[in-house]
Design a protein around this ligand. Sequence first.
Ligand code: SF4
Length: 291
Amino acid sequence: MKEALFYKKLKNKLVQCELCPHNCVIKPGERGKCRVRENQEGKLIALTYGKLATAAIDPIEKKPLYHFHPGEKAFSIATEGCNLACPFCQNHTLSQKPEEGFPVFGEIVTPRDIVDKAEETGCKIIAYTYSEPTIAYEFWLDTMKEAKKRGLLNVWVTNGFINPKPLTLLLPYLDAANIDLKGFSEEAYSMMGGKLKPVLETIKLIHDKVHIEITTLIIPEFNEQDVQDIGKFIANLNPKIPWHISRFFPHYKLKRKDPTPLEIMRKVEKTAHATGVKHIYLGNMGINHKS
Ligand code: SF4
């Protein structure tokens, strides 16, 4: 636990978190929407600090990042929690925890322990992934500083739902990011408990400062119609930004009977190419498919 960065104290021991665009106003004894930042007697406390929920070694391509140190291993870590609530989350057992009122689960470790472990396992990259790294901001910022000092690279796999000020403070320590662009309408984002505009602002802010790749999970009737707008947005920023278009498989609360049909993926692929984005990768097709 650590006092949070980016919050302000209001009257009557209320606090306002300024880390993500929810800007939660939190009463004493309560938590923000991410359930991992708590008002303790008028101070905002980051409950995720020092609580490592999971760690694994993945190929960097699994993040997915295809144009950033291909073939390298990434020491991949996460805490519990997320600031969105996507009904199709593939990592909901981690991202949608802790449940209301429950403590944050995790092995007690320091940033230095994490970097030691990454080095011991021969990883040159640390990936902050599986759940949303933003909500463990203080823990990850310290870990990223330690990693940089020791010559390791830092990668975020993020929903991009973060305020510009904390994002800017992070940039000197960040080497690459895969950012989800899950749709291109406020309606789609409201279904996930978020907003589209701040995600677009995040992408605009960082695309020319660190290496980025974008991921869109295609869910029939939810966002297949947004592919053209997403592609145009990416191409307009830089047509060389890699774009991963993944096939949906039923998960969590979104209990569709079947995965996204392959013919929809092919149609989406054609639409995506027509937008001018140069590097398009279809994922979850059975085999990784470059087009
Ligand atoms: S990080 Fe959590 S507490 Fe802070 S504004 Fe976002 S959801 Fe609310």
